[in-house]
Design a protein around this ligand. Structure first.
Ligand code: NAD
Length: 301
């Protein structure tokens, strides 16, 4: 069998960003509206700081009005909620993102539900979750990682997935469940697998589209993959890489890339697959939010 075709997430993300920039320039040129993204971070988690900095930077590159609120780890929940209220009411802001996780003394659910649904560019508010679940996708915000994964799937399989079976491994609210809803909306026959699923390899082998969103390095082996399948690896895991020198590490996905690539038709690498799509879709969602306010047709990604 031919080895699988690698799906280049960096390339597709660059195309999404180019579309965002073009439409942002049009919006700014023809209306009074500049897309505005507010990113809020509480505390000093180093990984979160890196994510937030790259989101703010990308927003600027897209031509957005980009603001970052960095709050110290001891910030009271009431103060965070009042900042969100201010951003909800700020007409210059079209997207609000609160970087998770939040410190333990803050109720994450409370904070997420305080974000105005029409500025909830992460797509975690119940209103947006409900819209996705009922197929009202055009007026929803879809969480960025599954939205980006779906763009990659569409590039290789088209927008209508009628007749195809999909298995999503992982049932988180951030990835697995919204991913399954997107695949269902595209007419796939979808199964959600998780830690309690029996004989996962056999189930995975039924999938024309196999999405792994677990957080276990290289769990999905080549013999879990149906010949010709599209494999989307959402996992990001850091593992020791002694071959690179003492104490060195490297990133791997939830899929054993080399093994799976011998069987799959198309497959995303880690890094360079779903990862770059997540931030691109955050920009896309923010632009879409501004287009809705401006009563303009948003681009299709
Ligand atoms: P999570 O921990 O919330 O959910 C993991 C899911 O995997 C759970 O539903 C659990 O039931 C399932 N699971 C655990 N062990 C299993 C097993 N042995 N067999 C089958 N299922 C099992 O994680 P998440 O937030 O959904 O993230 C999943 C992975 O995706 C992580 O590696 C995370 O780093 C990565 N991620 C990547 C991006 C990105 O931008 N590419 C974004 C979000 C998450």
């Amino acid at each position: 069998m031919e080895p699988a075709v690698r799906i280049d997430g960096k390339q597709v993300a660059a195309e999404v960003i180019a579309t965002v920039k073009k439409h942002t320039a049009g919006l700014v040129g023809e209306t009074e509206i500049t897309p505005g993204l507010a990113v809020v971070i509480v505390g000093e988690d180093p990984a979160s700081q890196v994510y937030v900095a790259s989101k703010s930077k990308m927003a600027k590159e897209c031509g957005f009005h980009s603001v970052q609120h960095t709050l110290d780890a001891g910030t009271k929940q009431a103060d965070l909620l009042s900042l969100i209220e201010t951003l909800n009411n700020d007409p210059a802001i079209h997207g609000i993102l609160v970087q998770l996780p939040l410190p333990d003394h803050i109720d994450e659910g409370r904070v997420i539900q305080a974000i105005a649904p029409d500025k909830d560019v992460d797509g975690f508010h119940f209103i947006n979750v409900g819209k996705l679940g009922t197929g009202e996708i055009s007026s929803a915000f879809v969480p960025c990682t599954p939205a980006g994964s779906m763009v990659l799937i569409e590039r290789v399989r088209g927008r209508d997935l009628s007749g195809l079976t999909a298995v999503v491994i992982g049932r988180s609210n951030i990835v697995g469940k919204p991913m399954a809803n997107l695949l269902l909306a595209a007419n796939c026959t979808v199964t959600i697998a998780h830690s309690r699923t029996r004989d996962l390899p056999a189930l995975a082998r039924t999938a024309d589209i196999l999405v792994a969103a677990v957080g276990r390095p290289q769990m999905v082996r080549g013999d879990w993959v149906k010949p010709g399948a599209t494999v989307i690896d959402v996992g990001i895991n850091r593992i020791p890489a002694p071959e690179r020198g003492e104490g060195k590490t490297r990133l791997v996905g939830d899929v054993d890339y080399d093994g799976a690539a011998e069987v799959a038709g198309t497959i995303t690498p880690v890094p360079g697959g779903v990862g770059p799509m997540t931030i691109a879709m955050l920009m896309a969602n923010t632009l879409v939010s501004a287009c809705r306010i401006a009563n303009r047709q948003p681009p299709v990604f």
